[in-house]
Design a protein. Structure first.
Length: 430
């Protein structure tokens, strides 16, 4: 009950703080034309990329963006990498379907070799070193997003559908050593449908300085196997913006994600082992066999928890609790609060045209942030324990819509670095 009142207090405080904004939304005028209202500045950027994920491997390649192609609202992005990861990510955004009111964003992710770090424990007590690497020899995600926009993008309805096909090859420990293989290597398919509605009572959709943005999104998790749980994840994301100094902003974020379970999945351990084809009996070396059995047990127990509780959004990574790795904390209930001072040092347009990038820098921004969040599998355990991140960052905002973000975050377990294109805390706001 204590944690319920704490969550209710956070939400009530947020609405009370921005109550005048919601009631008088019509007085918050857009400070510039929105996407689709007029010709917009074009820009591009290409970067060589290299990354090393402990236990998963190394990869290198190129990342490219073309924003507002030929001064239209259409943009494109792509990444091609090779090494221990091999594949590409391609997408096109803001393809007009009907004037400025309906647009389409198709995308494709395809890898013939990839790895995913999965933490074995749920909740806030998970051990940072207790994870396995899931190696996949096939991954293909084909998706499309449709967005209907009205009232200068203050009100939007969107729907996302994507088809996910994958084949898992093996399990490795945190050092990258393979400990178990999947005998059932057939391609699995999972479809996901997500719809949502957003209200944007701010002065600008992509770079807001004052106002309130609300996003509500239910996501139906389709069963990958007959034994999987059937549930829906409900997300609510609130971000408020308070102008400070001459043209700077304090941004406040509240995020809540919760599973609504329709039907629990299979909870029998042996049935799940047989289904996934995880078997260590073929190993002759007893040390290797013991390691295999330990990792298999962790994977099966994680699947049992997934089938019993479901999994909502997670904390950690590029958006929330930035000092932790992606997906560090997970559970069936997630709650998060964050505050960020976005101090605009300059807003004089500065054109740049170098070999790998061309655009107009409109703002140079220094950011200071603090975040705290909690996850659990029951309401009574939420906020009994929590984790925090704090740090600083540099942002470059451009006329074409790019927001280059570099953050250095510190927290309970040390530092982490983020380079990303777009602000934190939610859906892409471009």
């Amino acid at each position: 009950m204590k944690n319920f009142f704490y969550s209710s207090f956070l939400l009530s405080f947020f609405f009370l703080l921005f109550y005048p904004t919601v009631i008088k939304a019509e007085v918050i005028e857009r400070r510039r034309l929105q996407l689709g209202d007029a010709s917009v500045s074009s820009g591009y950027a290409f970067f060589p990329i290299f990354f090393n994920l402990p236990g998963a491997g190394k990869a290198y390649g190129f990342l490219g963006y073309l924003n507002n192609i030929y001064e239209s609202p259409v943009s494109a992005y792509g990444t091609v990498i090779t090494g221990d990861f091999n594949g590409h990510v391609l997408g096109i955004t803001n393809i007009p379907i009907y004037k400025k009111y309906l647009r389409m964003d198709p995308f494709n992710v395809h890898f013939t070799k990839s790895s995913l770090k999965t933490y074995n424990q749920r909740g806030m007590d998970s051990d940072r070193n207790d994870y396995n690497i899931i190696n996949a020899d096939y991954l293909d995600i084909l998706g499309i997003r449709l967005t209907a926009s009205f009232w200068e993008r203050r009100f939007e309805i969107y729907s996302v559908f994507y088809k996910n096909q994958f084949s898992i090859d093996s399990i490795a420990d945190k050092n990258g050593k393979k400990t178990a293989s999947y005998s059932n290597r057939k391609k699995r398919t999972a479809n996901t449908n997500q719809s949502g509605v957003s209200f944007d009572f701010t002065d600008d959709k992509s770079d807001p300085r004052k106002g309130l943005a609300v996003d509500f999104s239910p996501k139906a998790q389709e069963k990958r196997n007959p034994t999987d749980a059937n549930y829906t994840v409900l997300d609510i994301n609130l971000t408020g913006y308070i102008p400070v100094l001459s043209y700077s902003t304090v941004a406040l974020n509240y995020y809540h994600s919760q599973v609504v379970m329709q039907k629990k999945g299979e909870l029998d351990r042996q049935k799940l082992i047989d289904q996934y084809g995880l078997n260590c009996s073929a190993l002759k070396d007893q040390v290797a066999k013991n390691a295999c059995e330990r990792d298999v047990e962790k994977i099966i127990q994680a699947q049992i928890a997934e089938n019993k509780y479901g999994t909502a959004g997670s904390l950690g990574g590029i958006s929330r609790l930035r000092s932790f790795d992606e997906g560090r904390f997970k559970g069936s209930i997630v709650e998060f609060v964050g505050a960020e001072l976005r101090w605009n040092l300059s807003q004089d347009p500065v054109p740049f045209n170098i070999f790998l990038a061309k655009d107009v820098r409109t703002e140079l921004q220094l950011a200071f942030f603090y975040e705290r969040g909690s996850v659990a599998d029951s309401n009574v355990d939420l906020w009994k324990k929590s984790a925090f991140s704090y740090g600083t960052g540099i942002r470059i905002i451009t006329a074409s819509g790019f927001i280059y973000r570099f953050d250095v975050a510190n927290g309970n377990e040390g530092k982490n670095f983020t380079f990303f294109i777009d602000y934190p805390w939610g859906n892409f706001r471009g």
